[in-house]
Design a protein around this ligand. Structure first.
Ligand SMILES: Cc1cc2nc3c(=O)[nH]c(=O)nc-3n(C[C@H](O)[C@H](O)[C@H](O)COP(=O)(O)O)c2cc1C
Length: 186
């Protein structure tokens, strides 16, 4: 596989959706493309997929705790936020989208979001009714207005048992805009 993402540092944010297991595949694909992937999980995400899985696949430590700082003098979240070439959040819960939209920073991922000058891509995943709620729609509209790239969720049978829009986009459709973004820069 061509190393299209060589020398690119990607912070992969993973939040507490049933689709969090797909972060393993996303991480693996990004690493195969040469990216330096740093996974940051919310506490809820750690209930869906073990940090050790993402640590092994990304070949980097996984951040999940705002208070567990790195080795250097600089707060860990600021260091990651400064170094990131891209913040990709997949899957993004209704909650994380609401935090981003409203500038709330209660944890490591939301603090990195506020602190990073890097471009942001967000792949929502949730129940169709949550996605269609005026609050979520308003939050996503706000994030689009900030020029964040929203990777549209797919239509299909959702884990909650309903049929509709809200399924995390396919891994291919998440990786493609990432590669396009960096190719357009060169
Ligand atoms: C089994 C299960 C599946 C869930 N799946 C989703 C989901 O796909 N999308 C979503 O927005 N919330 C989902 N939730 C709710 C979130 O986990 C919850 O809102 C949590 O507070 C999100 O925290 P985070 O945004 O910090 O990760 C799910 C909860 C459970 C128990």
């Amino acid at each position: 596989m061509e190393e299209l993402l060589k020398n690119k540092m990607i912070v992969l944010g993973v939040s507490g959706s049933i689709a969090a297991y797909k972060a393993a595949d996303i991480t693996s694909q990004l690493v195969k493309l040469g990216a330096d992937v740093h996974v940051v999980m919310t506490e809820s995400a750690t209930r869906f997929i073990a940090p050790l899985t993402l640590q092994t696949l990304s070949r980097n430590p996984v951040g999940a705790d705002l208070w567990e700082e790195g080795q250097g003098w600089q707060p860990g979240h600021i260091e990651l936020a400064d170094r990131a070439d891209l913040l990709l959040v997949a899957p993004a819960t209704a909650n994380i989208i609401a935090c981003f939209a409203n500038g709330l920073a209660p944890d490591l991922l939301t603090s990195i979001y506020l602190a990073t000058p890097a471009p942001v891509m967000i792949a929502p995943a949730m129940n169709g009714k949550m996605l269609n709620h005026p609050a979520t729609r308003q939050n996503l509209k706000l994030l689009r207005e900030r020029n964040h790239h929203i990777i549209e969720p797919d239509q299909g049978l959702l884990a909650c048992g309903y049929e509709g829009k809200g399924k995390l986009s396919s891994v291919e459709k998440i990786i493609a805009p990432v590669v396009n973004h960096f190719q357009n820069l060169t």
